[in-house]
Design a protein around this ligand. Structure first.
Ligand SMILES: Cc1cc2nc3c(=O)[nH]c(=O)nc-3n(C[C@H](O)[C@H](O)[C@H](O)COP(=O)(O)OP(=O)(O)OC[C@H]3O[C@@H](n4cnc5c(N)ncnc54)[C@H](O)[C@@H]3O)c2cc1C
Length: 383
């Protein structure tokens, strides 16, 4: 029997699998798809997450796929900075890493998966979907299906980690409650690959424009992201149309400057699982929490989950700790995940508030302390 069955090998499952190898746990990472999802999603990783990737043995493979981010700012409708910060080139945090790296998620995922070859006890099974499981007193039994042929087989493991994303079948099968923390908002997400340098900022920018709140940020390399908030009455079809997308982008660039990789309306959510542990089962990543993207914390929170969990499983497996240690996973990770979701939600609300107030210069004295708390009281601190 293997130690750990990992259901879903997106970025969080792939980091979990590498950490299992590093800590001497045997593991099978099941993944329904044959290829890494090929469109950009997460935009950044913070310094503490780089440290976890280092511990998982994959940071050297990841770094060439990233760029150092230059800072972040809130702008008014005219493009004037309200508040922000610039990261000096070459700055390293107390962790020894750049404060924040821009990423290209598909390349990041491939780099993380490439580490799995160095762990003989860890197996990646692509095109394998976990469809059922049953918790026994001393192990978990899984039913695994090949979606192409429909063939099924049984596996067993000491523990199961559901890293199967926001719509997690593992979470649903375990009937773990999924609580809405009160942010549901539609945004058009546009990812674009530039053909040439058109002088765009290397900072993450929140444009607090009453007409349309917008986020603009660099991803790694030539990739750029725009996020446009939908107005009441705007439909998904009209927002995703070629003409509308280029009319929205027109403030920054014209069609010859790059190619749109994706223009899709997403509903940003703020949700959290009621518990991250149910006996032999654990939830991690988007399966455990979903975060509006304004602080770039969705993926990072998931990687922190497995950074917290895997060494504990290894200690229990080696008999160096009792099963009680595993209860600290929910106790430690869930409050921090809630804090990240709420912090990101407040940032989204702050953008809306600034945009609605419009007259930023005269109001900045009143909302300044709130903004200061949002910018410096949470994850945008690298001391
Ligand atoms: C448009 C967009 C923008 C985003 N922007 C940001 C951002 O700026 N910053 C940020 O940090 N995050 C961002 N995110 C979120 C980020 O992409 C996710 O947090 C991250 O991908 C979560 O990783 P994960 O491994 O938990 O889940 P996923 O990446 O969803 O991976 C889950 C995997 O599980 C597999 N799977 C599912 N069910 C099964 C099963 N039964 N058996 C086997 N395999 C299964 C799926 O095929 C998938 O590969 C964004 C997401 C989107 C969609």
């Amino acid at each position: 029997m293997i130690d750990v069955a990992i259901v879903g090998t997106g970025p969080v499952g792939a980091v979990a699998a590498n950490l299992c190898g590093v800590h001497g746990l045997s593991a099978i990472a099941f993944e329904r798809e044959h290829q890494v999802y090929d469109l950009p999603r997460a935009a950044v990783v913070y310094d503490d997450v780089q440290r976890i990737l280092h511990g998982a043995g994959v940071l050297d493979a990841v770094l060439p796929t990233t760029s150092e981010m230059a800072g972040a700012e809130f702008l008014d409708a005219s493009g004037k900075r309200i508040i922000g910060f610039d990261i000096p080139p070459g700055l390293r945090t107390a962790n020894g890493y750049p404060p924040v790296l821009s990423i290209n998620q598909p390349l990041l995922e491939q780099a993380i998966r490439s580490g799995l070859g160095s762990h003989p006890g860890v197996e990646l099974r692509l095109g394998q979907e976990v469809v059922e499981f049953e918790q026994m007193p001393d192990h978990i039994e899984l039913l695994v299906r090949d979606p192409a042929s429909g063939a099924t087989r049984r596996e067993s493991a000491r523990w199961l980690i559901g890293c199967d994303g926001a719509t997690s079948g593992v979470r649903k099968l375990a009937a773990i409650d999924w609580r809405n923390l009160g942010y549901d908002c539609d945004w058009l997400v546009v990812d674009l690959e530039l053909h040439r340098d058109v002088g765009l900022s290397r900072l993450c920018q929140q444009v607090c424009d009453a007409d349309r709140p917008t986020t603009v940020l660099p991803l790694a390399g030539k990739l750029r992201r725009w996020e446009f908030q939908l107005k009441p009455g705007e439909t998904v079809d009209e927002m995703q149309s070629h003409d509308r997308v280029w009319s929205l982008l027109g403030r920054w660039l014209s069609p010859g400057d790059g190619v749109v990789l994706r223009a899709v309306v997403y509903r940003f959510h703020a949700t959290i699982a009621e518990t991250f542990r149910q006996r032999r089962l654990f939830l991690a990543g988007d399966a455990a929490h979903q975060t509006p993207p304004f602080q770039g914390q969705g993926l990072c929170t998931g990687i922190r989950d497995v950074g917290n969990l895997i060494w504990k499983l290894a200690m229990v497996r080696r008999g160096q700790a009792t099963d009680d240690l595993l209860d600290s996973y929910t106790a430690e990770r869930r409050p921090l995940a809630v804090a990240m979701v709420e912090h990101s939600t407040r940032t989204g609300q702050l953008i809306d508030a600034y945009a609605a107030m419009g007259c930023l210069t005269t109001l900045s004295g009143r909302v300044g302390p709130w903004l200061d708390e949002t910018m410096h009281g949470g994850c945008w601190v690298w001391r």
